[in-house]
Design a protein. Structure first.
Length: 417
């Protein structure tokens, strides 16, 4: 009986050691797999961030060059929204990986605690074996035979337990993968909806700010033009009046000089008086001619001012017409955008309700189905290839579309680590 108990204790200790070794190996394999997945996720996040930055730069350049084209602005906003959706999806994947690492670290801590307890039990068993060493020497031959039988039984039991543990681990890993995929799909849908709402609010705010800034700049320019025209007209009027006053003063001075000379020579001969009267008449006619010339100049200035006012009125009417046309185009763009957003919301709600009601069957993630088919259903496979300007080439999604279609046709095999 003691030999059987000793053999049973030895078998249990050996099984516990084997389980600890298996747990340690599984933990190392999980750590290596997680490190590899984290590195791949970091690389994918970096690439997505770079693509997002490139798309943002292209969008800014396109807005600066083609400010009045609403259709291209809408396309740029759609590209930015898709890039933001991809970035949020990658961030949610990274958060899921971190949660998985924390869970594995907790499991590793539990496994370490179990290993410590097993080590304590093993030490206790070794102490008991040392105490019973003398008795075991007496029955060494019988113990050897019993140990051989126990070893063979233990080997068979370990093989069976290893197969069962591998099968259970595989099933648990499959269930965890399916649950993670469903959770990631739900989180990605929620993140996409939140990002879309934030992008809509940001675009509306930016559009209002740009319109307000344009209106203020236009008003300031009109005010500056009007003030500059008034200042120039006033300066020209003052210059003309000063010139007319100078001419009149010069004519009066000449007339006075001639009259004074005529008064001094009044006692002289009559021909001298007649000769002196001629310059006086010429001097008297001089101011009249100057006044006539001033009237013609003033008349020309009035006509020029009227032409300028007419031209300014025409420019203001043209600007008002352009503003009304732009406001109408902007309103049509917002109405069309509102309809598209309503359609997208309706489609998203339908997908969410299908996901909530059908679970894995609605998303195509059930057992034996191709996961990439549900992914391809979310994109437009009938879109034409982009060709032309550099901005269209940078926003092109043809390669990603062809890659998804290829994955749908030839899906890669599932790998369970």
């Amino acid at each position: 009986k003691e030999v059987a108990e000793a053999a049973d204790a030895a078998r249990k200790a050996q099984e516990e050691c084997s389980v600890l070794v298996a747990v340690e190996a599984a933990k190392k394999a999980d750590e290596e797999r997680l490190a590899k997945e984290v590195a791949e996720a970091a690389q994918a996040v970096r690439q997505a961030e770079e693509e997002c930055l490139v798309l943002q730069e292209v969008e800014a350049a396109t807005k600066a060059e083609q400010e009045g084209m609403a259709k291209e602005a809408a396309e740029a906003a759609e590209a930015a929204r898709k890039a933001e959706d991809e970035r949020l999806a990658l961030e949610t994947g990274e958060a899921a990986k971190k949660a998985e690492e924390e869970r594995l670290s907790q499991e590793a801590a539990h496994a370490a605690e179990a290993a410590r307890k097993s080590e304590e039990e093993r030490l206790a068993l070794e102490a008991a074996e040392a105490a019973k060493k003398a008795e075991e020497e007496r029955s060494a031959k019988e113990a050897v035979d019993a140990a051989e039988a126990a070893e063979s039984a233990r080997t068979a039991l370990q093989a069976r337990l290893a197969l069962e543990a591998a099968e259970a681990a595989k099933q648990a890993e499959e269930a965890a993968c399916r649950a993670d995929e469903e959770r990631l799909a739900r989180e990605a849908a929620e993140g996409a909806e939140l990002a879309r709402q934030a992008e809509e609010q940001r675009l509306a705010k930016e559009t209002a700010e740009v319109a307000e800034a344009a209106r203020r700049a236009e008003e300031e320019w009109v005010a500056r033009e009007a003030a500059e025209g008034a200042r120039r007209a006033e300066e020209e009027r003052l210059a003309r009046e000063a010139e007319e006053r100078a001419r009149a003063a010069e004519a009066a001075r000449r007339l006075e000089e001639e009259q004074w000379q005529a008064g001094e020579a009044g006692a002289a001969v009559a021909p001298a008086v007649a000769q002196s009267a001629q310059p006086a008449e010429a001097a008297a006619r001089g101011p009249e001619m100057d006044v006539a010339g001033g009237n013609m100049l003033r008349q020309w200035e009035q006509q020029h001012d009227q032409a300028l006012h007419a031209k300014e009125s025409a420019e203001i009417s043209d600007k008002n017409a352009l503003r009304s046309k732009a406001a109408q185009a902007l309103q049509e763009f917002y109405e069309e955008r509102k309809l598209n957003l309503a359609k997208q919301r309706q489609a998203k709600r339908a997908q969410e309700s299908a996901l909530a009601s059908g679970g894995a069957a609605a998303t195509g993630l059930g057992e034996g189905k191709n996961t990439w088919e549900s992914v391809v259903d979310l994109i437009d496979t009938s879109a034409k290839a982009s060709a032309g300007s550099t901005s269209d080439t940078l926003r092109s999604t043809d390669r990603m579309r062809s890659l998804l279609i290829q994955l749908k046709s030839n899906p890669p095999p599932l790998v369970f680590c």
